[in-house]
Design a protein around this ligand. Structure first.
Ligand code: ZN
Length: 250
């Protein structure tokens, strides 16, 4: 299997980034099989800044690989950026190339709950924060190009610009319906149907939108394309999102 599924190697790289950046890599939580980590900069205050997470689904390796690659490229200035980074929320899934965690749970349907150790730890970690943006990195086996979900309390939307930033790496998903819902130019803008989420469980992005972020963006790269192109697309989207958060704060 590709090294992108090697969690130990991934964390080695995060340790190197943290050292180079002068920002501590802290333990989020210890599960039966793995330690999970986060990286939070001093530049992050209670309001503003950006939350980025990857690897909540273990079979989406360009997400975790994209985040570490972006961090490596930006290690020197990392401490100046208002960031909370979650490198991998489902290490067991990543190591086994499986969407679910070791208990067969989809963590991305549990964000309304405190009793799952990883989700509970994320909820406690972000409790004091109102982020300018939350960015969730994902992949989709059915994807025919890059697409995203955007829910925001702020205008104008960022979705188009984020996709455009990655366009030289991947096409935009042309499908008029994605995941059973209408999409325009690779962008879903869904109204929040609380009844639906109460039934299916709350995804990370929806919970952040409701509780902790002015903008909540979920980027989905198509798993069938080459890994390098998918990683490059995630790096480009992260870069554009961080640039916009900084510009809005200035
Ligand atoms: Zn996913």
């Amino acid at each position: 299997m590709h090294r992108a599924h090697d969690y130990r190697f991934l964390i080695q790289r995060w340790r190197a980034v943290a050292r180079a950046a002068g920002v501590p890599l802290r333990r989020l939580v210890r599960t039966e099989h793995h330690d999970l980590f986060y990286l939070q900069t001093k530049a992050l205050g209670a309001t503003g800044g950006i939350y980025i997470s990857a690897g909540i689904h273990g079979d989406e390796p360009a997400a975790t690989e994209g985040l570490i690659t972006w961090a490596e490229k930006n290690a020197r200035r990392l401490h100046t950026l208002p960031l909370l980074l979650l490198p991998c929320l489902n290490p067991w899934g990543l190591a086994n190339n499986i969407r679910l965690n070791e208990d067969g749970l989809d963590l991305n349907r549990l964000f309304h709950r405190d009793d799952q150790p990883v989700v509970g730890a994320v909820r406690r970690l972000v409790a004091p924060h109102q982020f300018a943006a939350a960015l969730m990195l994902h992949e989709d086996y059915d994807g025919q190009g890059l697409y995203l979900y955007e829910v925001a309390r702020a205008q104008p939307p960022w979705g188009e610009a984020l996709l455009a930033a990655a366009r030289r790496h991947l096409p935009i998903d042309p499908r008029p319906r994605i995941d059973g819902r209408k999409a325009v130019g690779g962008i879903h803008r869904r109204r929040i149907d609380r009844k639906r989420f109460a039934r299916m469980g709350y995804p990370e992005a929806i919970w952040f939108h409701l509780e902790h972020a002015r903008r909540s963006l979920t980027i989905e790269s198509p798993s069938e394309f080459a890994l390098e192109r998918r990683v490059a697309a995630h790096v480009a989207v992260i870069g554009e999102c961080v640039r916009r958060v900084l510009k809005d704060a200035a």
